[in-house]
Design a protein around this ligand. Structure first.
Ligand SMILES: Nc1ncnc2c1ncn2[C@@H]1O[C@H](COP(=O)(O)OP(=O)(O)O)[C@@H](O)[C@H]1O
Ligand SMILES: [Mg+2]
Length: 315
């Protein structure tokens, strides 16, 4: 079974290869990027589950140890715990580039993200049934959880050399939240677990954006019903965004690089309006990613889109 088109697969592989070729990467630049993504992911992953801190506040809480007036203590603790979990992931990968996903890893991550806010259940599977707010799917009976997680790991290992890595990472994410092994913290744990899986293949940290929460829930809902393609495309887009930002930042200024421009700027020199470009990007038809509120793409990406479009029309 394959979900991503060969064009997208080849493009992402090419970008990963380019990133690996830049190694050894300049240490200070990599450190800066890591920190940026750590804050970004901490903010977004916690905000998706209801944390009220903004990106800036998350930065201040983590880097300056600040307390934000009027925001719950719990939100501060969650930010710190999540940041620790990411440090843990980076440590694992720095020590062993091929560190794999295991049941232990999943439990450890959960333990870390809940250590200050829910000590009793941190690192422990649920012992009663749950529902997921905003989803049709009802997770399996609590009694089945340990076996289902173990089966998931066996399945994951059996697929590693068979399936495309990006597709597999998205399915891992879905299977984990589908089982919903814990009372709370399932989403955050799944996003971290998927990230370790990707890091072990050399990918940078992948962030699911708070602004995409609706889409994220929508694609998970479809995956519950066996329709995996929207979820996989969604994850692939998030992966490409991180690759683009890493490549853009780390490619030496002397090498030829594609220049990222806002849709408003690029629309001036293309046959498309900014609004249409927006649609193409959201549908995953155009290589583009979001930074802050703006979508960015390159002139070359538009040309590739035009070329592929004509090619697809002919067949
Ligand atoms: N339809 C769905 N099927 C499976 N999982 C879902 C669905 N909708 C949402 N989820 C997952 O459930 C998570 C929320 O569960 P929760 O245990 O509260 O995790 P967290 O506290 O980390 O947000 C979401 O982040 C998402 O990953
Ligand atoms: Mg929650």
């Amino acid at each position: 079974m394959t979900y991503l088109s060969h064009i997208v697969k080849a493009r992402l592989e090419e970008k990963l290869k380019k990133l690996k070729k830049l190694r050894p990467l300049p240490k200070s630049a990599v450190q800066k990027l890591r920190e940026k993504f750590q804050i970004e992911m901490t903010y977004n992953s916690n905000a998706i589950e209801g944390n009220s801190l903004t990106l800036k506040e998350t930065f201040l809480v983590i880097n300056e140890g600040l307390t934000v007036k009027g925001k719950p203590l719990k939100d501060h603790l969650e930010a710190k715990d999540h940041h620790v979990a990411l440090e843990y992931l980076y440590d694992l990968i720095d020590k062993d580039k091929k560190h794999t996903v295991s049941e232990m890893l999943i439990k450890n991550l959960h333990q870390i993200i809940l250590q200050e806010t829910d000590k009793e259940w941190a690192g422990r599977y649920r012992n009663a049934n749950v529902i997921i707010g905003g989803a049709d799917h009802t997770p399996p009976d609590a009694l089945q959880v340990p076996n289902m997680v173990r089966d998931l790991i066996v399945w994951l290992n059996s697929q590693k050399n068979k399936m495309n890595f990006i597709e597999l990472s998205a399915l891992l994410h879905h299977k984990l939240v589908h089982i919903h092994p814990f009372f709370d913290g399932n989403g955050r744990t799944a996003r971290l677990t998927m990230n370790l899986f990707l890091m072990q293949a050399g990918y940078p940290l992948v962030v699911i954006m708070k602004t995409d929460r609706k889409k994220y829930y929508d694609v998970l809902n479809k995956a519950d019903k066996g329709k995996y393609e929207p979820l996989i495309k969604f994850i692939a887009q998030s992966i490409e965004r991180s690759l683009d930002i890493y490549l853009k930042t780390l490619t030496p200024a002397s090498t030829k690089q594609e220049k990222f421009l806002t849709f408003a700027d690029i629309a001036k020199n293309t046959p498309f309006s900014a609004k249409y470009l927006n649609l193409l990007a959201r549908q995953g038809k155009l290589e583009a990613h979001k930074e802050g509120r703006n979508w960015l793409t390159t002139k070359e990406a538009i040309e590739r889109y035009l070329k592929n479009r004509t090619r697809q029309r002919k067949v």
